[in-house]
Structures are given as C-alpha cells and as structure tokens.
Write a protein that binds this ligand. Sequence first.
Ligand code: NAI
Length: 360
Amino acid sequence: MTHEVVLIPGDGIGPEITGAMRRVVEAAGVSVSWRVVEAGAGVIEQYGTPLPEHVLEAVREVGVAIKGPVTTPVGTGFRSVNVALRRAFDLYACVRPCVSMPGDGSRYEGVDLTVIRENTEDLYAGIEFDAGTPGADALRELVAAEGAGAIREDAAISVKPISRAGSERIVRYAFEYARRQGRKKVTAVHKANIMKATDGLFLRVAREVAAGYPDIAFEDKIVDATCMGLVMHPEDFDVLVLPNLYGDIVSDLTAGLVGGLGMAPGANIGTDCAIFEPTHGSAPDIAGKDLANPTAEFLSAAMLLDHLGEREAADRIRCAVRATLAAGEVVTGDVKRALTGSAEGAAGTQAYADAVIAAL
Ligand code: NAI
C-alpha cells in the first residue's frame, strides 16, 4: 500500500533534514507518495504570502503532513507559518516525546516522558495590541472601569484566553494518550496560584477530567517548580499536559534532557488532520552546511508512520537511530560536542543518515 503524505521541506536546515528523512523512510520499506509543497519566506515573492492557499489545500485533502522547520520573519505582518497551520486545521494537541537514548550526548539517562501542549489558545492566540493603539487604550480603560487593576499608558498588551472547552479537550487527549501508550501518570502544569482565572480554569477542568480516568495517576504542579523538578529528577515525570506557552518553553527544556533540539520530535494533532515536525526551528546558523542533526526529523517520521498504522517500520527507524547513536562512530556535531567537548571528527547530516540506513 502506498501512503500519500504532504511534505513541506521548509527553509534553513529544513531541506537537508527532510531530504535525509525521505531516504530513511524509503529504506524502512514504506511506500510513500510525497506531495511536496513549499511554504515560508522563499515563496512570498511568487504567491504574496508565506503560506499559499495550495499548501493549505494539499494538507486539507491528504490529512497528513510532515514538515521541516520554517523561519518566522521577525517584525513583518505575518506571524508564523507554523502557528497559522496549527490554527487553520485546529491542530489542538502538540505531542512531544522525549526519550533518552544511549549516546545521545545528554547529561541524563532513563528519561522517558511526553509533553502534551495545548496548541490553539493562551498567549499564543496572538491577540496583541501595540502601546498607544485604540485597542490598547480601550482595553486599559475597560480594565480600569472594572476595577481590575491599572495598566500603564505606554503598555503593549497581550490577551491570554484559556477556555473550558480548549482545556477539556487537551487534558482528555493527554489521558487518552496515556492509556494508549501504557503510561502511568499525567501531570497538569499551571500557574494557578497567580493566574487564578485562566490557569485556575485549566486546573479545575484538569481535575474534573482526571476523575474519569481512575486507572491513570494524576497530579498538578506549578510551572516553575516543574522546571526545577525536570532538571533534578526527570524520572519523576511521565505525561505532562500544559497550556500553550508553558508547553512551548517546557518542551525545549525536556529536549535538553535527551540531547538537545536535534533529538526532539513532535506531532500536531487535530480531529481531521495531523502535521509532524521536529521541536527545533530552522537553525539559520548552520543551514546549508550539512551540519544539522536530522534525528528529530527521523523520529517525527516514525511518529507519522505510527499514525499511518506502519508500527513495525516506525519501530525499526527508532531502533536504527538508537543503534547508530549507541555505536557513537557516525554522529553529528551537536552530539559529538556534547559527548567529547569538541565537534571535531563529526559526521555530516547525510553521512549520519547513511549510517542510520545501514543500521536499518
Ligand atoms: P532553532 O531551533 O532553529 O535553533 C536553536 C539552536 O539549536 C541553534 O544554535 C541551532 O543551530 C541549534 N539546532 C536547532 N536544530 C538543530 C539540529 N537539528 N541540529 C543541530 N543543531 C540544531 O531556534 P531559533 O534560532 O530560535 O529559531 C530559528 C527560526 O526557526 C526562527 O525564525 C523561529 O521562529 C523558527 N522556528 C520554527 C519552528 C518550526 O518550524 N516549527 C519551531 C521553532 C522555531
């Protein structure tokens, strides 16, 4: 059977790591028909937008896509291709597993946790007002009239919406994920002691949903204490569920527990659509130099294959990555440096992909 998958190579290191990923998936024996579509700064001149309609149409039609990273232009009108895609398809659950592998170059062993980040609301909703604009002024006046506090006149304002419905579906997703994956515990992460309305609602809903899953342990933790707990005792954590912004930050932290951004895969899941992509960005500092670690892209592809029902091929890719890292002979510069203090003698992106393919 041939699976149709939309491939958005992205920019920066995107084309290098997605090219390597295609070779690995093909070597794993899965037949994929790639529908390649381009998004990002490189297509603005041609289409007038970094996210052309035909890209959205392809994802809508096929229902499953894998991406390389896309650079977010700073200070232009367009917020982010990544955020826009998540919004267009209501990809509400961002799933980021972090699992230690021998030879991954991290300071930790035995980390095995998954961060589940709400993807559609919170400060990431992008409802923002520059200082001195009519919107900021109106909000400031409203806040004063409600007796809710004083906002300085020269303040820019971001709005943090957290809904009951949004919280309920992400927490439910986390518990269903825990059940499917044979996990033992879900930790809801929040700052409800300070943000009593927004994070307070998230926490209340999390407790309500947890009551329906007596087979899975539940705890809640404040986000700052969670960060300390993660770096001191990552083995205490299993599945974490977080509002959008905390999830963004904490999932980079957890990537650091398993060797860094080059190791951390991810999936954005909605009801009708799923888009797989690594946690990292386009790494402009190393783009086009055959230096990037494509492991996160390979492991994202393994998550994609799980989603397509190709479990055996997905496991083979994970095993081949593990074996290549454990052997330690052909690894990229980020891993080499973490292991030895110097990137000297490291393999390039494509040579590392060849080693993974040989291990397959
Ligand atoms: P970044 O993740 O691209 O890079 C941070 C650091 O990690 C850099 O030193 C980079 O060289 C290193 N790094 C990242 N991925 C690596 C890999 N696979 N192998 C080896 N080293 C790697 O984060 P940064 O620099 O903040 O963002 C660059 C651009 O990417 C921005 O425009 C940002 O908005 C965008 N971005 C896109 C994402 C996406 O497409 N989903 C996600 C995150 C950021």
